[in-house]
Design a binder for this molecule. Structure first.
Ligand code: GLC
Ligand code: GLC
Length: 825
C-alpha cells in the first residue's frame, strides 16, 4: 500500500478533527444545531441551514452534485487591495498562507490567512436558538494599516427545497425581502400562508448591501468572482423575484496588531397569524429584534458558545472509557457518540449524500438510531418512540417513513416493509433498560395519527410481534413484504420498467412465498426481549393504568412463537455452512450454496447468530466462520458473495447495483456490527475485535484518507467491497445506522457495559491482547466507575466487587449514588 496523503488529524483534547488542506478528497462536513435549527457545513464553509425539516423548511439554498463540487454556502469575501480571498479558501480559491478547519462538537471553526490578515470564523447554533452564529474575527498580523472590504453572502432558498429546484415559472416572481439597518429579511410567501421568515444580520453598521443575486454576482460571473466584490462596490440592490440573497458590505480598517469581531446571525422567526405584520406589507420584526439582542456582542456569543461546550461535556460524560488505546478511546468517547446524535436528529434526511428532499424519518432507521442516543437524552428518545409508534397501522404494519415537520406517515412510500414493526420493540426495550421508565408502556398512542384511535404503547408492541406471526409463509418463516432491512431485496416487485421505483412497486404479492431469514432472526431477538419484558411486568414491576393484560400468559404465548420460529429456522433456514437469506416468490432459496451468485448474505448470519439459533448444534460457530471465509476482506465484510453480475428480475434493486457497491456486495457497514455481536455472544473476542477495527473510522483514518475519500471521523454507510472497481472507497457518510450499531456493539458487547432493567450487566468480549480498562458510566441516578481486568481472557466474568463487596452474578444492582466496581475475567 503506497503512503497515502493526509488531510488532517484528530485533536482529542479539544474533541476536534483538524483539517489542514482545504482540498479534501470530498467535502468533509459537520453538523450544527441540536434540536430545531440545523446547518450542514463543509470544511470550506459550504452547506445550508433549515428549520426542523430539510425539505419543507429550507432556509438557505444549496446545489447538490454541482460543478464545482460543494457549491453554495455562507461565504465571506475579503478584498485587500486587489486580492480577494475567503477564510475557507472557497469559493475564490485564492491560495492561502494558512488554512485550518476544526470540526468540533456542533461547531466548526475555519481560519485562513492571507497577506498578513487572519480571518477566523466560528460557526455554531446556540442551544435552544433558531439561529446560526458566524463570529468572524479579523486580525491584522502585518506591520501596516489594512483597509479591507468585507462582503458576506447567503443565498435564500424559497422554503420548499423540492419546488425551489424545479418550479421556476413561479419562483422567479415570488421573492421578497426587506432591509432594515444591518439586517436583511427574507419574506418570500410571507404575504400569503407562511407565518415565518428568515433574516441575516451583522452587529455592526454596514456601508452597503445586496439582496438580488444577479446584481451582486453578475449573470455571467460565479461565486468565485462576484461582480460587486471584484469591483469592491455593493449595489444596494432590492430583490423583486428572481433569486434573493443577503450580502452585507463593511469597510474595515485595522491597525497593525489590531483585531475586530463581527457577529453575523442567520435567524429564523415564526409569528402568530394575527401578529404577522406591523404595517401593510411590512413584517413584524419584534421577535427578530429580540433574537438579535440576545446575540449581538462578542461577550454574549462567547457565553452561548461556552454553554454549547458545557452541553457536550455533560453528554459525553455519561459514558467514558480509558483503555489506553487512543484510537478506540476517541471513537467511543467522542466521535461515535457525536455521530449518534446526528443520526438521531436527521435520520437519513440531510447529508452531502441525502439531499433532504427524498426521505423523512425512517421507522426502522429511527428505532435503531435511538439505541445510540438513549443514554444521552432519554426524554427525547421517549418522545421519538411515541412519534414513531403513532405512525403504525392497527394491524401492526407501519409507515416506512414519516415527515419530521408534521410527524405524519409518508404516503409516497407507504408501508409493507415487514421488518419494521419489530424495531419498535428493539427501541422501546432499550429505552426502558436505560431509564427504568416502564410508564412509557402506558402512554396512549394513536394509529396513523388518528385522534380517537389511541391504545397503549404496550399494545403497539404486542401487535408488532403479532404482525410477524400473522404473516408467515410456507416454511413458517416471516413473509418479507416489499423488503426487510435490506430495502433492495425486493422479492415481490418484478419490475421491467425503469420508471418504477423498486421501493414502492409491489407488483405481485398475492400468493407469494417470499420469506426472510433476517426477519426470522430479528423476531427471535426482539421476541426474547418482549418475553423478558412481559415477565418483568408479570412480576409487578409496573401496573397498567390504561390497559390490562395477563402478562404471564402473554409471555408464554410469545415464547411459544419464538420457539416455533427457532424450529423453522433450524429446519428450513440452514444451508449447511450458513443461514439462508430468504425464499423467493416461488419458494426457491436465496443465499444458498445452490445459488449461482449471492450464495451467502450477511444479514441472516448477523441476526441468526445474535439470536443464537442452533448454537448448541454448532450453527452459530459455522455461520461466523463462513462470514470470515466468504464475506470478509481488507475493509470489512461485504453484504453478499459472490456479487450479482446481472439484473435478476425476481430479486429487484439488489441486483441493479454494479458489483461491490451498496447492497450488491458493498461493505454495508451497518450490518457488520450484527456479526460482531454474534461473535461476542459466542465469546470469540479476537474475531469480534478484528471485524470491528476494520470499520472503525480512527483505524481507517490512519491508513486510507485518500482512498476512503469521505470524512475520516465518522462511519459511512458503504465502503466499496472486494468486487468493486476501487475497494475501500467510502460513500454516504454520516447518516447511517452504522453509528448506532457501532456504539451498541462497542459499549455493550465489546466493553461489556449493558444497561438492564435492574442494573448494569457486565459482560465484555475482548481480544486476548486487551489490557485493564475503566468505564465511567452514569446510569439513571447513579455514577459507576467500572474497572475491568481481562487477564488475557476473551470472555467470561469471574468475579465482581461493588464498592469492595463481592456480588454474585453479572448484574450490578442499581442503586443511586457513586459506586466503584472491579471486575476480573
Ligand atoms: C439504508 C436505509 C435502511 C436500510 C439500508 C439497507 O441505510 O436507510 O433503512 O435498512 O439502507 O437497505
Ligand atoms: C436505495 C438504497 C438503500 C436505501 C433505500 C432507501 O434502495 O440502495 O440503501 O435504504 O434506497 O429508500
Amino acid at each position: 500500500m503506497e503512503q497515502q496523503k493526509r488531510y488532517g488529524h484528530f485533536d482529542d483534547q479539544h474533541r476536534e478533527y483538524v483539517i489542514t488542506d482545504p482540498q479534501t478528497p470530498w467535502p468533509w462536513i459537520n453538523y450544527l444545531g441540536n434540536e430545531d435549527f440545523f446547518s450542514l457545513i463543509s470544511n470550506t464553509a459550504g452547506g445550508y441551514s433549515f428549520y426542523k425539516d430539510a425539505k419543507f423548511r429550507r432556509i438557505t439554498r444549496y446545489r447538490y452534485n454541482n460543478v464545482p463540487m460543494d457549491n453554495g454556502g455562507r461565504y465571506f469575501y475579503i478584498k485587500d487591495g486587489d486580492t480577494v480571498w475567503n477564510p475557507g479558501w472557497k469559493p475564490c480559491k485564492t491560495p492561502l498562507d494558512f488554512y485550518e478547519c476544526r470540526h468540533g462538537m456542533s461547531y466548526t471553526r475555519i481560519t485562513g490567512k492571507k497577506n498578513g490578515v487572519e480571518a477566523s470564523v466560528l460557526f455554531f447554533v446556540p442551544l435552544k436558538k433558531w439561529a446560526e452564529v458566524q463570529k468572524l474575527t479579523l486580525k491584522n498580523e502585518s506591520n501596516e494599516v489594512k483597509n479591507l472590504k468585507l462582503f458576506s453572502f447567503e443565498e435564500w432558498c424559497l422554503w420548499n427545497a423540492a419546488t425551489d429546484m424545479e418550479n421556476f415559472q413561479r419562483n422567479f416572481s415570488t421573492g421578497e425581502v426587506e432591509i432594515e439597518g444591518s439586517t436583511i429579511y427574507h419574506k418570500t410567501e410571507y404575504r400569503e400562508r407562511r407565518n415565518h421568515y428568515a433574516f441575516y444580520h451583522v452587529n455592526a453598521p454596514i456601508q452597503g448591501f445586496d439582496t438580488d443575486r444577479e446584481t451582486f454576482v453578475g449573470l455571467y460571473n460565479e461565486f468565485a468572482d462576484p461582480q460587486a466584490v471584484m469591483e469592491g462596490k455593493p449595489r444596494n440592490s432590492h430583490a423583486h423575484g428572481w433569486s434573493p440573497i443577503a450580502s452585507h458590505y463593511i469597510e474595515v480598517t485595522l491597525q497593525p496588531g489590531e483585531s475586530k469581531d463581527f457577529v453575523f446571525l442567520l435567524g429564523y422567526i415564526e409569528n402568530e397569524q394575527d401578529e404577522k405584520f406591523e404595517a401593510p406589507q411590512v413584517i413584524n420584526k419584534d421577535k427578530a429584534h429580540a433574537l438579535i439582542a440576545e446575540l449581538d456582542t462578542t461577550e454574549k456569543v462567547d457565553k452561548a458558545f461556552a454553554e454549547l461546550c458545557e452541553y457536550w461535556d455533560a453528554l459525553l460524560n455519561i459514558y467514558k472509557v480509558r483503555t489506553g488505546n487512543d484510537k478506540l478511546d476517541r471513537m467511543v468517547n467522542i466521535w461515535n457518540q457525536y455521530q449518534c446524535m446526528v443520526t438521531f436528529n436527521f435520520s437519513r434526511s440531510a447529508s452531502f449524500f441525502e439531499s433532504g428532499v427524498g426521505r423523512g424519518m425512517g421507522f426502522r432507521d429511527s428505532n435503531q438510531d435511538l439505541v445510540g442516543f438513549v443514554h444521552q437524552i432519554p426524554p427525547r428518545a421517549r418522545q421519538r418512540i411515541i412519534d414513531i409508534a403513532s405512525t403504525q397501522f392497527p394491524d401492526g404494519g407501519c409507515y416506512h417513513q414519516y415527515q419530521p415537520l408534521t410527524k405524519r406517515g409518508n404516503n409516497d412510500i407507504g408501508g409493507g416493509f415487514n421488518d419494521d414493526p419489530c424495531w419498535l420493540i428493539f427501541g422501546t426495550v432499550a429505552y426502558i433498560k436505560e431509564t427504568g421508565d416502564f410508564s412509557i408502556l402506558d402512554e396512549m398512542v394513536p394509529f396513523d395519527n388518528q385522534p380517537g384511535s389511541e391504545v397503549t404503547l404496550f399494545e403497539h408492541l404486542k401487535i408488532s410481534m403479532d404482525h410477524v406471526i400473522k404473516n408467515l409463509g410456507p416454511h413458517m418463516l416471516p413473509l418479507i413484504g416489499r423488503a426487510d432491512w435490506n430495502d433492495c431485496l425486493n422479492l415481490n416487485c418484478f419490475s421491467w420498467d425503469p420508471n418504477e421505483s423498486f421501493q414502492t412497486t409491489e407488483n405481485v404479492s398475492e400468493g407469494t412465498k417470499a420469506e426472510s431469514l433476517m426477519i426470522a432472526g430479528l423476531f427471535v431477538v426482539t421476541g426474547k426481549d418482549y418475553v423478558a419484558l412481559c415477565k418483568k411486568l408479570a412480576n409487578g414491576q409496573w401496573s397498567m393504568v390504561n390497559g390490562q393484560c395477563d402478562f404471564s400468559a402473554e409471555a408464554e404465548r410469545m415464547q411459544a412463537a419464538v420457539d416455533a420460529m427457532i424450529d423453522a429456522v433450524k429446519k428450513h433456514g440452514w444451508d449447511g455452512e450458513w443461514y439462508l437469506r430468504a425464499y423467493d416468490f416461488y419458494g426457491r432459496k436465496i443465499g444458498s450454496n445452490e445459488c449461482e451468485e449471492g450464495k451467502i448474505f450477511i444479514e441472516s448470519q448477523g441476526w441468526c447468530t445474535m439470536a443464537e439459533i442452533g448454537a448448541e448444534d454448532g450453527m452459530v460457530a459455522k455461520s461466523l466462520d463462513s462470514c470470515k471465509k466468504y464475506l470478509e476482506c481488507e475493509h470489512g465484510m461485504v453484504l453478499n458473495n459472490p456479487a450479482f453480475t446481472k439484473y435478476i428480475y425476481e430479486y429487484g434493486e439488489i441486483s441493479s447495483y454494479p458489483e461491490g457497491y451498496k447492497e450488491n456486495a458493498g461493505i454495508f457497514c451497518h450490518n457488520n456490527p450484527w456479526v460482531i455481536i454474534g461473535e461476542c455472544l459466542a465469546g470469540r473476542g479476537n474475531d469480534a475485535w478484528s471485524h470491528y477495527a476494520k470499520i472503525l473510522p480512527s483505524y481507517v483514518e490512519e491508513k486510507y484518507q485518500t482512498l476512503h475519500k469521505v470524512e475520516p471521523y465518522v462511519n459511512c454507510q458503504m465502503v466499496a467491497g472486494k468486487d468493486a472497481f476501487k475497494p475501500g472507497e467510502g460513500k454516504n457518510s454520516w447518516l447511517t445506522g452504522t453509528a448506532a450499531w457501532m456504539w451498541y456493539t462497542v459499549s455493550e458487547f465489546i466493553l461489556g457495559i449493558k444497561p438492564d432493567y435492574d442494573g448494569i450487566r457486565i459482560d465484555p468480549c475482548l481480544p486476548e491482547t486487551a489490557t485493564d480498562y475503566t468505564v465511567q458510566r452514569k446510569f439513571r441516578e447513579a455514577d459507576y466507575e467500572i474497572t475491568i481486568h481481562p487477564n488475557g481472557q476473551q470472555k467470561g466474568v469471574k468475579t465482581i466487587t461493588l464498592d469492595g463487596q463481592p456480588i454474585s452474578g453479572t448484574v450490578i444492582p442499581y442503586s443511586p449514588g457513586k459506586h466503584t466496581v472491579e471486575v476480573t475475567m
